[in-house]
Design a protein around this ligand. Structure first.
Ligand code: 6PG
Length: 233
């Protein structure tokens, strides 16, 4: 496991964008939430000409159960910040059809899409971006979720009681088969959970992300790493 600490959220986003360019991935799972937005914007604004956008297959590590034009849509965030601003091939943008009232059906359909596009029954994505919630969730795998014990399905639609909604998420078998898994974590409000996840006993979903044959990278800004004294800039 590699940990890289950046001075602040902007440096973290820039470092993550440079990593993306250097890794030159052909299959990518984008993460949602607020943290990756700045990275996506920097990729579009500063690295537009350094990436072969049309050759990349884009997926999402999870999605909210909302239509693609909804303010909470992870697809919408990534599309506004990045994909609509660079020459990606529309056929290569594989969003989760979360407008489907049947979240489980949307999950099943997405699993088929992943297998068809990658031509692998257990896809090995080149780059998987993930975030970390203050409760230790990642993608949409929340504490106590039955998805934590999923061993077959690649995509699931758990009910998230605390949010009173379904989410659609890649499962651990798929996530842990990734070649490069990168956690992007920013902000002092994440410092405690970062400490517990990286040093504490095994009880958080994010700790179940252990690549079977890939690299795990934590990219943190100084504030998010502030409870881990040994993490230096
Ligand atoms: C989502 C995400 C989720 C996110 C964390 C961190 O759909 O919300 O995929 O796992 O990464 O909740 O969110 P922030 O980056 O907004 O803190």
């Amino acid at each position: 496991m590699m940990k890289t600490i950046f001075a602040d959220a902007k440096e973290l986003a820039l470092g993550a964008a440079e990593f993306f360019v250097a890794r030159n991935p052909k299959t990518v799972a984008l993460s949602g939430g607020s943290t990756p937005k700045l990275m996506y914007q920097i990729l579009a604004e500063q690295f537009r000409d350094q990436v072969e956008w049309s050759s990349i297959q884009f997926f999402w590590s999870d999605e909210r159960h909302v239509p693609p034009d909804h303010p909470e849509s992870n697809y919408r965030m990534a599309n506004d910040a990045l994909l609509s601003r660079v020459p990606v091939s529309a056929d290569n943008v594989h969003r989760i059809h979360s407008e489907n009232p049947d979240a489980a059906a949307a999950a099943g359909e997405y699993e088929e899409t992943l297998v068809q596009v990658t031509k692998q029954t257990l896809p090995r994505l080149d780059l998987i971006l993930l975030g970390l919630g203050t409760d230790g969730h990642t993608a949409s795998i929340f504490p106590g979720s039955e998805v934590l014990h999923e061993t077959k399905r690649l995509v699931a639609a758990p009910w998230v009681e605390k949010l009173k909604t379904y989410r659609i998420t890649m499962t651990l078998p798929l996530l842990n088969n990734g070649a490069s898994i990168v956690f992007l974590v920013s902000g002092a409000e994440k410092a405690q959970i970062v400490k517990e996840v990286l040093k504490g006993e095994n009880k958080y979903p994010a700790q179940a992300v252990k690549p079977t044959q890939g690299e795990l990278i934590w990219m943190l800004d100084k504030d998010a790493a502030s409870s881990c004294s040994e993490f230096k800039l």
